[in-house]
Every structure is written in C-alpha cells, then in structure tokens.
Design a protein around this ligand. Structure first.
Ligand SMILES: *Cc1c(COP(=O)(O)O)cnc(C)c1O
Length: 424
C-alpha cells in the first residue's frame, strides 16, 4: 500500500490486502487451529521466529485484519484485539503491574475503568492513585513514585465530556520515564491521535464508534512503540528474560509492550476478540471517518439548541464557548469531540423521567456512541442507589441527562427534543 495515507483512506483501505483471487474483504476465519506440515515450522512459530497463526486464542487472521487497521489509524506499530474494552484495559494493566506497584489514573474515566482500577486491582495488590483532570501539574506529578507503572486518562472522558490536557500529562510521563496510556474510545483516531501527543499505548472499546452499529463487543490495544524500556528500572519485567517464554527479553523486541501483552497475557487469559466480532467491527470501521464528521456536526447543532432552550439549566459540550474544555478541544480535537454531551433540565429527577418518557425517536439505552441517538438518566438508572447529596459529590446532579447524538437528520433529533421538553 502507499505510505502516508490520510485517516479517511486508512478507514477503508488499511488492515487487509488480498492476493490474486482472494476475497476482497477479510473472511470470518472460523477455526480454532491451523495446519502445518512439519515440526520445524511449528517450532519457529512458538519461538516467535516466524509469523503465522497456530491457535485462535493467540491470533486469528480476521482479528489481525482489524488489529492492523486500527493500529494504522492510530499511527501505531501493533494492535491486539480483545474480547471487550474492559479486557483491553485489564490486559494492559496486567502486562505492566505486579502486586506492590501503583498506577496514576484520572478519576474522570468510564465507570467500568473506575471500578477495575479503584476496587478490583487493589484486591490484587496494585494501588490506584486518582487525580482530578483539572488538578495542576505539580499535584498530579506528586502522585508518581518509583513504583508507578503508568499514567492513565481518556481523550474525551465518559460521561463528563472532559477533554484531556495532553501536554500536562505527557510531560509528567516523560520527566519520570513513565508510560502514558490513553483511552481514545470517544474521540476515535479520526478526531485525535494520542500517539502524536505523547501517549505510548492507546486503548479502545471498539464496541462504541469504531463498530458504530451496536453490533459487536470488542476492545483494542495499540502499541505506538515509541517508548524505550531498555535499562529503565521501572520495567524490570521488560529487561530480564521471561522464563515462561524461553528467556525472551521484551525490551529487545521491535514492539516490546505488544509482544509481552500477547505472548503472556493473551496466552494466559484468553481474553481475545472473536473472529465474528472482528469481522463486524471491520465492516463498521469502513465508515468511521464519515460517521464521526456527522456525529460532530449534529452534536454541535444539538448543543447550541439545548443551550438556548428555556427549560434547560445548563449544557456541557466542548463545542460551546462557555464550556470549560472549549479551549482544549480547539487545540487537540479541532474537528469536534464527537456526539456525547450532558445537560440539566430545570426541575428534578421526576421532570427528567417525564422528558425521557416522551421522547419518540431518541431511545433510552445503557450505551453510547453508535449511529442512533440515545439518552440515559444516571440518577434513575446507573446511579440510582446514590442520595441527592452523593450524586452531587459524584458530579452527577439529579437533573443530569446524558445524550449520545447519532447520525440521524439533526432536524429530526431537535424536533424530538423539542416535543419532549414541551411535556416537562
Ligand atoms: C464503554 C467503554 C469502555 C468499556 O468497553 P466495553 O467494550 O464495554 O468493555 C472503556 N472505556 C470507555 C471510554 C468506554 O466508553
């Protein structure tokens, strides 16, 4: 393929190139195992001396097509398709941490990530130190010590739509020779490439915009391969032979993190993407660039509409000039920040429920970032156990409605919001 292709071209061209007479798009390779004629060929595969497939728990041709596509979109060196976004995050942490280590993580992250880092990993002896994305650099930097293994944040935080200050976090990582890991799910590589802004590893829940159709669960880890592990005392497991892999030293590999993650953690956990889901996600990804353009332009119109509506108390979307992340969004995501926003209805949880029940086109869902517009009222669903006081502390007032703007005609979305707000 030609080099230096633009991202909208990569969306449809990267990942798989057929040889003469082969299918134009990757086929669903529905096989657990692969045939080899002689023992030496198999031995070379196991020694990582030759490339090829031997067992679908480690790698599969359909999954590889998607891995290559997303890696190309991120400008990275290597992708690993995982069973879900959450498994991608877990595998990344397991590749880097052991009991006694710690991680430094933004508290404005996806709820599942917050639970994994805040509750589950501590039970395994990995401590999580949370910071507020708006904290000054010195305060965040003071959390780092010699047991810290990575800094973690989201490009566009779910659900609070905070835009990451890349400069602030990547400079802390660089000064401490520390990995900087970014979850780029809600921005997608179309709107932002974290690897060009200092990130070393990029993570996706492909279940969101990359699939885009709410059809397939999946996750992706992209190793940008721009970090030097050699002799770095933070990463002894990269600098000493892995006895569970015939003495391989990962720091000597071309893609140290990706190789270690697959050879150890994918092997040991089996949390790999299925060929069927990789196929669906690959098809969805064909239109990613087009869809993101429409999500952004629709969200901008909807945010402006809500912002001027008398029954709306406040709107959070970085396209609005008053938004606290407007300047960061302009700097790092000039095309837009995607379709996610939140707003407060003048009234209480009861008024929100009334509004939601009267929506006709926009549906209530525990999902975001697909082609169809959907809403969620956290106070009566995901956060319903919390008191009004606790909701406020969590930054989720009782009147907050989360809206994921789809790619429908923007006039239809606005018309539906208008008629439902009239019922409040
Ligand atoms: C949904 C989501 C995840 C988790 O992904 P799953 O595919 O649902 O496991 C992780 N990070 C972000 C930002 C998400 O929106």
């Amino acid at each position: 393929m030609m080099s230096n292709l633009q991202r909208d071209t990569l969306c449809v061209q990267a990942g798989y190139t057929p040889k003469t007479g082969e299918s134009r798009i990757p086929q669903i390779c529905q096989s657990t195992t692969f045939f080899y004629g002689d023992t030496q060929q198999m031995a070379d595969l196991f020694d990582l001396k030759a490339e090829g497939f031997f067992y679908t728990r480690l790698a599969n041709p359909t999954v590889e097509a998607l891995e290559k596509r997303v890696a190309a979109l991120e400008g990275g060196a290597y992708g690993i398709g995982c069973a879900s976004g959450m498994s991608a995050i877990l595998l990344t942490a397991m590749t880097l941490c052991r009991a006694g280590d710690n991680i430094v993580c933004a508290s404005e992250v996806y709820g599942g990530t917050f639970n994994l880092f805040g509750t589950t990993l501590p039970k395994l002896g990995v401590e999580c130190r949370m910071f507020d994305v708006d904290d000054p650099k010195e305060k965040i930097a003071s959390l780092v010590d010699d047991k810290t293994r990575f800094i973690y944040a989201e490009t566009v935080a779910n659900p609070v739509v905070a835009v990451l200050d890349f400069e602030k976090l990547s400079s802390i990582a660089k000064e401490n020779k520390l990995l900087f890991i970014v979850d780029n799910t809600l921005a997608t590589p179309i709107l932002c490439r974290p690897g060009e802004l200092g990130a070393n590893i990029v993570i996706h829940s492909t279940s969101k915009y990359i699939d885009g159709h709410a059809a397939a669960l999946g996750g992706m880890i992209v190793d940008i391969a721009n970090f030097d592990y050699k002799g770095n005392p933070r990463y002894p497991d990269f600098n000493t032979p892995d006895e569970s892999y015939h003495g391989l030293v990962y720091a000597d590999e071309k893609v140290p993190f990706g190789t270690k993650c697959r050879a150890q953690m994918i092997r040991d956990t089996g949390a790999i993407m299925s060929p069927q889901n990789a196929f669906l996600t690959y098809l969805g990804c064909d239109t990613l660039a087009l869809r993101m353009e429409r999500h952004c332009s629709n969200a901008k119109k909807v945010a402006a509409f809500l912002n001027s509506h008398p029954k709306i108390e406040w709107v959070r979307h970085p396209s609005l000039e008053h938004d606290r992340y407007h300047a960061l969004a302009k700097k790092y995501l000039p095309m837009g920040t995607g379709g996610m926003m939140s707003f407060g209805i003048r009234g209480d949880a009861h008024d929100c429920a009334r509004f939601m029940e009267h929506l006709k086109l926009i549906t209530q869902e525990t999902h975001v970032a697909d082609v169809r517009s959907c809403v969620l009222h956290p106070a009566s669903t995901t956060h319903r156990q919390l008191s009004d006081e606790d909701l406020k502390k969590a930054g989720i007032p009782a009147n907050l409605v989360r809206l994921s703007v789809g790619i429908e005609n923007p006039d239809d979305i606005i018309a539906d919001l208008t008629q439902a707000l009239a019922e409040v």
